[in-house]
Write a protein that binds this ligand. Structure first.
Ligand code: V47
Ligand code: SF4
Length: 380
C-alpha cells in the first residue's frame, strides 16, 4: 500500500518540498522553480510517493499496453545526431537498409489475421524517401487494412519531407493525413534547449519546428506523443525547459497523449564517453515528469529500452503505460545498447509482467480506448 499523502506532507521537514507535496494533494500545478527543486532536493521515496499518488488519482491501478509492430523504412539518414548508433550517413549508404513499398506492405500483410491495432513507422531521413513515396505507402496500408492505426514519422522526418516537397507544414500534414496517417510518434524531440541541442543534434529540426509540427497535427484533430532523450550532457534546468515547452503546447491543443522519457544509451555512438544515468535517476525522472506534466494524461516507460524489470519498477514511479508487444524489427535501441537486444514480448508475458506488480493490465488502442481488460484472463 502506498504512503498516505497527509503522512508525507506532515513528515517532510524541508519547507519547499512540503509546499510542493501540498500542491500535489490539492491538484495544483507546480512551477518551473519547484520542478527544479524536485530534481535538486527530492529524494526517490519522496518524488515516488507523489508521482504514485497522482498516478492513482488519474488511473487507479490500470496499466495500459497495446499490440503493435514497428516498421523501420531505412537507417540511412542525412542527419548526424551524436547519440545515434543506428543511422548510416547517406554517403555510406551501402552499409544501411532501404525498404521498398512492397517490402513494407509485406510486413503489414504478415500480421493479417492477428489482433494488432497499430503500426509504428519511424526511421532515418532518406533523401529519396519523399512525400510521394510515403503517401503511396499510407494509401496502400489503409487499402489493405483500413482499421490499422498508422502512427508514423517523427517531426524530424516530416520537416525534411515537407521542406523537400516545398510544402508548408499545414499542406504537408494534411496530405499525409488524407492519405492515412493517423497520429505522430514522439521521437526527434531529444532536448529542446538550443545550448544542448546544438551539441547533440545540431542539424535537424529545432524546438520551434518540432513543436509547430505537433501543433499543426493537433489542429487537424490528430494526436501525438512527446519524448525527451535524457541522461547525457543535459542539466536539470534543460529537462525542465523541455517539459515546460511541452506543457505550454498541451495547454493550447490538448493533443498529446503520452510523455515518453528515453534513457540515453551509450553503445557505439559518438557519445560513448558519456556515462549512462543510474536507475535511481531514471525513476526520479519518471516521477518528476509525472508531477510536472499535469496536463499529460499518460506517462509511458518504453520497456525495450529500460528492460522488463525496470519497466515494472517504473509502475511505482508514475508510469501507467508500458507500450506494446513489439516484434524484433526495432533496431534503434538494440544498436545503442538497450536492455532488450531482441525486443519481443507476447501479450501473455506483458500481462504477467503487469500483474506481478499488482497492476491491472488493460489493452488499449493508440488513442487509449479500452480494447480488452486482462485482469481476470488466465488463458491466452
Ligand atoms: O528521437 C536514438 C531515441 C528516438 C538513442 O511515440 C535514443 O510511442 C537512447 O521516438 N539512446 C526515436 N535513445 C524513438 C521514439 C519512440 C520510441 C517508442 C515509442 C514512441 C512513441 C516513440 O529514439 C529518437 C531518439 O530520441 N534514440 N538514439 C540512444 N543512443
Ligand atoms: Fe537520423 Fe534520427 Fe539517428 Fe538523428 S536520431 S541521425 S535524425 S536516425
Amino acid at each position: 500500500m502506498s504512503i498516505s499523502i497527509d503522512v508525507l506532507i506532515e513528515s517532510t521537514k524541508d519547507i519547499d518540498l512540503k509546499s510542493i507535496a501540498q500542491k500535489v494533494k490539492d491538484n495544483k500545478r507546480i512551477t518551473d522553480e519547484e520542478g527544479l527543486t524536485l530534481f535538486e532536493k527530492g529524494e526517490l521515496p519522496f518524488v515516488g510517493a507523489l508521482a504514485n499518488f497522482i498516478r492513482e488519482r488519474l488511473h487507479g491501478n490500470t496499466t495500459y499496453f497495446n499490440r503493435n509492430f514497428h516498421i523501420e523504412p531505412t537507417n540511412v539518414c542525412v542527419f548526424s545526431c551524436k547519440f545515434c548508433s543506428y543511422s548510416k550517413l547517406y554517403a555510406n549508404k551501402e552499409d544501411g537498409w532501404e525498404l521498398s513499398i512492397d517490402q513494407m506492405l509485406n510486413i503489414v500483410k504478415s500480421y493479417d489475421g492477428k489482433p494488432i491495432t497499430e503500426v509504428h513507422i519511424v526511421g532515418g531521413v532518406h533523401p529519396k524517401m519523399n512525400m510521394a513515396y510515403f503517401i503511396e505507402l499510407m494509401q496502400k496500408i489503409k487499402a489493405h487494412r483500413p482499421s490499422l492505426h498508422v502512427k508514423a514519422f517523427t517531426a524530424v522526418e516530416l520537416e525534411y519531407m515537407f521542406r523537400k516537397a516545398k510544402l508548408t507544414i499545414e499542406e504537408g500534414m494534411k496530405q499525409l493525413h488524407d492519405a492515412g496517417l493517423d497520429s505522430l510518434p514522439g521521437g526527434g524531440a531529444e532536448i529542446f534547449h538550443p545550448a544542448i541541442r546544438e551539441q547533440i543534434a545540431a542539424d535537424k529540426v529545432d524546438a520551434t519546428g518540432w513543436l509547430r509540427i505537433h501543433e499543426v497535427a493537433h489542429e487537424l484533430g490528430m494526436h501525438s506523443n512527446a519524448t525527451m532523450l535524457y541522461g547525457h550532457i543535459e542539466k536539470y534546468e534543460h529537462r525542465i525547459d523541455h517539459m515546460r515547452r511541452l506543457r505550454e503546447l498541451q495547454d493550447k491543443t490538448k493533443g498529446f497523449n503520452t510523455f515518453i522519457p528515453l534513457k540515453f544509451r551509450n553503445q557505439d555512438n559518438d557519445m560513448s564517453n558519456v556515462a549512462e544515468s543510474t536507475i535511481t535517476e531514471d525513476m526520479r525522472l519518471y516521477a518528476i515528469a509525472r508531477i510536472y506534466l499535469d496536463n499529460f494524461p499518460h506517462l509511458k516507460a518504453y520497456w525495450p529500452m529500460l528492460g522488463r524489470q525496470n519497466a515494472q519498477l517504473s509502475l511505482s514511479f508514475g508510469v501507467n503505460d508500458i507500450d506494446g508487444t513489439i516484434d524484433d524489427s526495432t533496431k534503434i535501441y538494440s544498436m545503442a545498447g538497450s536492455e532488450e537486444q531482441s525486443p519481443k514480448m507476447s501479450t501473455e508475458e506483458l500481462v504477467q509482467l503487469i500483474k506481478q506488480v499488482k497492476r491491472k493490465p488493460i489493452e488499449r488502442d493508440t488513442l487509449y480506448n479500452v480494447v480488452k481488460d486482462y485482469s481476470e484472463v488466465v488463458e491466452f
